[in-house]
Design a binder for this molecule. Structure first.
Ligand code: FAD
Length: 458
């Protein structure tokens, strides 16, 4: 068996793995990156990028429908799904080429094939051994299903949903989390009749309660149906459709059912546990230096318990490379990771929800303020509704920012700086926000919380 030696051997070329590879190489380390499919992983090929391309087509469809209201004569004639897919694939292909170029320019050895940990510091691929002074595990995640719920035929996951070459007439979306609401939003804009089934009491249940409520209102207004707080029981498929039943006896029919009940860690069968790595329900456990129970073996991305987001994976990959190179980077504060749900409307949040802040500091020790986008000029121009909600510790910094409305995802940058830099409302209130932008809403909210509201009614 041929044997190859590196400073760092990385298993999985998705967000976590390729970020670790690029940063390791920048730091002068000799790197091997093992990937069984395509560099870029879920985010580039089956996640963030293709879904956001579809959401853009969806936005153009909505804008076209509503063009008359702003004096533009346009007629919405329908969705040309092959063209939507061509547009999406063009974006993915360009980014893939760019990434491949970045990786090859860095002199990283890319190994194609499925790898398996065969010793604590050795991965076997295609019968060859790759030994690293350090190993990084970044094998990502897969679409989960429920016990007894089989994927196949008209019961699909997000991977299949992205490949459809037609607009379904009626869809049941099982799961009202990020992936479920994003697809519901896309399909509704494309003209599909959508019903979301969510077992927890609200849509987007991980968000601040005010945001979840506003999301439900917005979806209701858009004609997206949903059933919350009731458990799914089963689904029957026929040649023409599916019928989903709930535990309360209700049933819903559709042409397809999307199962969006979360993602599980992709770790089975790769030799992790067999080599002594401590795991919990398939996830790889690490300390805050992202090192597993095996010294010199690190893990990044969706296989590490926590938020399954691409930017978390990037940051972890960079962190691990710097740790290996001896730079002793500051540990990543998971509570400061920003989240965006890219549906219409969008949701963007960072830091603690009001409930979590009350639990952490006591309800009497926090204050909140909701700035309604009704007072924001640019939001009125765009015709969107929503708010920016702030949570602060009394006489202390902002600990949570929660936003809902069209395009608010673009505002998350300032929000995450405020929370992660532990800014006080009084400090943000003195910074100038350009007019008219949606970004002003963040400034206005801080002005109001600092006791000097400008365009705020409450
Ligand atoms: C529909 C959808 C939409 C999403 N939208 C967003 C979004 O808008 N924003 C966001 O931040 N996140 C989003 N995500 C989540 C994001 O895609 C993931 O958090 C991110 O891709 C995780 O990166 P990773 O490196 O852990 O894993 P992955 O990106 O899954 O990469 C793992 C890689 O490892 C390879 N691999 C696995 N096992 C082996 C093996 N044994 N040998 C060799 N190679 C192997 C796989 O082929 C894969 O390329 C979305 C996910 C989905 C499904």
């Amino acid at each position: 068996m041929a044997e190859h030696n590196f400073d760092v051997v990385i298993l999985g070329g998705g967000s976590g793995g390729y970020a670790a590879a690029l940063r390791s190489s920048q730091l002068g380390l000799k790197v091997a990156l093992i990937e069984r499919d395509k560099l870029g992983g879920t985010c580039l090929h089956r996640g963030c990028i293709p879904t956001k391309a579809l959401l853009h087509s969806a936005e153009v469809a909505d804008v076209t429908r509503e063009a008359g209201a702003v004096g533009v004569q346009a007629t919405f004639q329908g969705i040309d799904m092959p063209q939507v897919n061509k547009y999406r694939d063009g974006i993915v292909d360009r980014l893939f080429k760019g990434l491949t170029g970045l990786v090859s320019a860095k002199d990283i050895t890319v190994v194609s094939g499925e790898g398996q940990l065969v010793a604590p510091k050795t991965i076997s691929v295609n019968g060859e051994l790759y030994t690293g002074k350090n190993i990084v595990l970044a094998t990502g995640s897969y679409s989960k299903t429920l016990p007894g719920l089989e994927i196949g035929g008209r019961v699909i996951t997000s991977e299949h949903a992205l490949q459809l070459d037609f607009v379904p007439s009626k869809v049941i979306v099982l799961g009202g989390g990020v992936i479920g609401v994003e697809f519901a939003s896309i399909w509704r804009s494309f003209g599909t009749d959508v019903t979301i089934i969510e077992g927890l009491p609200t849509l987007v249940p991980n968000e601040d309660a005010a945001v979840s409520k506003a999301m439900e209102r917005a979806f209701r207004k858009r004609g997206i149906n949903f059933k919350t707080g009731v458990r799914f029981q089963g689904v029957q498929q026929s040649a023409s459709g599916v019928v989903a039943t709930l535990e309360n006896g209700e049933s819903f029919d559709g042409e397809l059912m999307l199962v969006a009940v979360g993602r599980g860690p992709n770790t089975a069968g790769f030799g992790y546990e067999e080599n002594g790595i401590k795991m919990d329900r398939g996830y790889v456990l690490t300390n805050e230096r992202l090192e597993t129970s095996l010294p010199g073996v690190y893990a990044a991305g969706d296989i590490v318990p926590g938020l399954q987001l691409a930017h978390r994976g990037f940051q972890q990959g960079i962190f691990i490379a710097e740790e290996i190179a001896g730079l002793r980077p500051a540990a990543i504060d998971e509570s400061g990771i920003p989240k965006v749900t890219y549906s219409e409307p969008e949701i963007a949040s960072v830091g603690l929800t009001e409930a979590k802040a009350a639990e952490t500091y006591g309800q009497d020790n926090i204050s909140t303020y909701e700035y309604n986008l009704g007072g924001n000029g640019k939001s009125q121009i765009l015709g969107t509704a929503g708010f920016v909600k702030l949570i602060r510790r009394n006489n202390g910094p902002i600990v949570g920012i929660h936003m809902i409305g069209s395009r608010v995802g673009e505002q998350i940058g300032e929000a995450q700086l405020i929370v992660n830099w532990e800014a006080f409302p009084e400090e943000v209130a003195s910074l100038v926000h350009a007019h008219p932008t949606m970004n002003e809403a963040i400034g206005e909210a801080h002005m109001a919380l600092a006791g000097k509201p400008l365009h705020a009614h409450a």
